[in-house]
Design a binder for this molecule. Structure first.
Ligand SMILES: *Cc1c(COP(=O)(O)O)cnc(C)c1O
Length: 393
């Protein structure tokens, strides 16, 4: 036992407490609510991919420590995927690194590339691990707030420029964007790229929802913009693309120097992970284009179902151009505090959602916004929509 009054939790992490997901999932369980809080599918991904994992396990592939950078089959498949979809060429041996999900890719990238005192410009609201990893690296986060205009959350390019100082080391970008569901436009991405080149910044871009862009839009990787190939660490993951969020297979693609740096941090986090699943994901990445088209169409139908239900219930619904999520504004319901609203919603309507304010430093800027996940079975979404109707009175 410690006898000192010193807190047990290291001061860089003290502000992070427990995540909202634990509180809200417990609330869902206690009240028998439909949980549209946390973003994970309630059905597994393709059977042939699951079978590929079983085969790998049975054949003894990946049951012992796989190679540090990832199994060659997967690194080759990742490189082929980037080439086929985006025309980006990466050498599987020196420019691809397999990680324990995108979560480890984010952590390893930030721990490797940041020095204490560096500033990281990140889009707010942010995915919850960004702030914690920046803190663990001893760096400082500088949020640029995405603000709603004409039905979508947009990036203010002047605000972005103003956020960069002489201490800025990297831009941390996420598109398609969790939690807002916004997809950065070509114009917004071009401005990010120009700024990065002009100020000689590194860019870490979290593109785990690359296959979940809707309404016929295409995903535009930041690494394809002029001057970006050499300065960008692109993060992908099988979790969201193949509906196997428990497998934790992610990857980084970047220039050799960046991959070497990220690998240096990664080797002391997990060293390696998910051996047999790496082989299965290598097969998944080679699935025909029809898999991705069907997956996208299915998720888009779910989005439409939930969006119209939320609108009927009285929410303002922002365009979800990608991801698993819809962000709403609760002010048309006569509410303004997303925390209070989400704590009361299970009793009022039997549905759980997440207050976006938890993803902001500027809590006030996020106060009226609430996020709902639509990566659930159609009948579950239909029931949720029925329940939410009670809000319309
Ligand atoms: C889910 C998610 C991750 C984490 O991905 P894993 O592969 O499960 O670690 C990272 N970034 C964003 C934006 C996510 O939504």
């Amino acid at each position: 036992m410690t006898s000192s009054a010193r807190p047990l939790l290291n001061r860089s992490l003290a502000e992070f407490g427990t995540t909202i997901f634990a509180e809200m999932s417990a609330l869902a369980l206690r009240t028998g609510s439909i949980n549209l809080g946390q973003g994970f599918p309630d059905t597994d991904g393709p059977e042939e991919v699951r079978e590929a994992a079983v085969r790998a396990l049975r054949d003894g592939r990946g049951n012992q420590y796989p190679p540090g950078p990832g199994v060659p089959e997967l690194r080759t498949a990742v490189a082929a995927h980037q080439q086929r979809l985006y025309g980006l060429t990466y050498d599987p041996d020196t420019e691809v690194l397999v990680t324990a999900g995108a979560t480890e890719a984010i952590a390893a990238s930030l721990l490797a590339l940041l020095e204490p005192g560096d500033e990281v410009v990140a889009l707010e609201p942010y995915y919850d691990s960004y702030a914690a990893c920046i803190a663990m690296a001893g760096a400082r986060r500088v949020p640029v707030t995405l603000r709603p205009a004409e039905g979508r959350f947009r990036l203010d390019l002047d605000e972005l420029r103003a956020a960069v100082t002489d201490r800025t080391r990297l831009l941390l970008i996420n598109t398609p964007h969790n939690p807002t569901g916004t997809v950065l436009t070509r114009e917004e991405l071009a401005a990010v790229a120009e700024l990065a080149v002009e100020r000689d910044l590194l860019v870490v871009t979290d593109e785990v929802y690359e296959h979940l862009v809707f309404d016929g839009a295409e995903h535009l990787p930041l690494a394809t913009f002029p001057g970006m190939r050499e300065r960008t660490v692109t993060i992908g993951s099988a979790g969201k693309t193949y509906s196997f969020t428990g497998w934790k297979v992610g990857w980084v693609t970047a220039a050799p120097g960046l991959v070497t740096a990220v690998r240096s941090a990664k080797q002391f986090l997990t060293y390696v992970a998910s051996g047999p699943f790496q082989y299965a994901v290598a097969e998944a990445l080679a699935l025909p284009g029809s898999y991705f088209a069907d997956f996208r169409a299915d998720m888009q139908a779910k989005r439409d179902l939930l969006a119209s239900g939320l609108r009927d219930a009285g929410f303002e619904v922002f365009t979800s151009a990608g991801t698993y999520f819809i962000t709403t504004d609760i002010r048309p319901l006569g509410e303004s505090d997303g925390f209070a609203f989400c704590r009361a919603l299970p009793e009022r309507a039997g549905v759980v959602a997440i207050p976006n304010a938890v993803f902001y430093d500027h809590r006030d800027a996020g106060a009226p916004f609430v996020r709902f996940a639509f990566c659930k079975r159609t009948e579950v979404l239909e029931e949720a929509v029925q329940r939410l109707k009670t809000l319309a009175g």
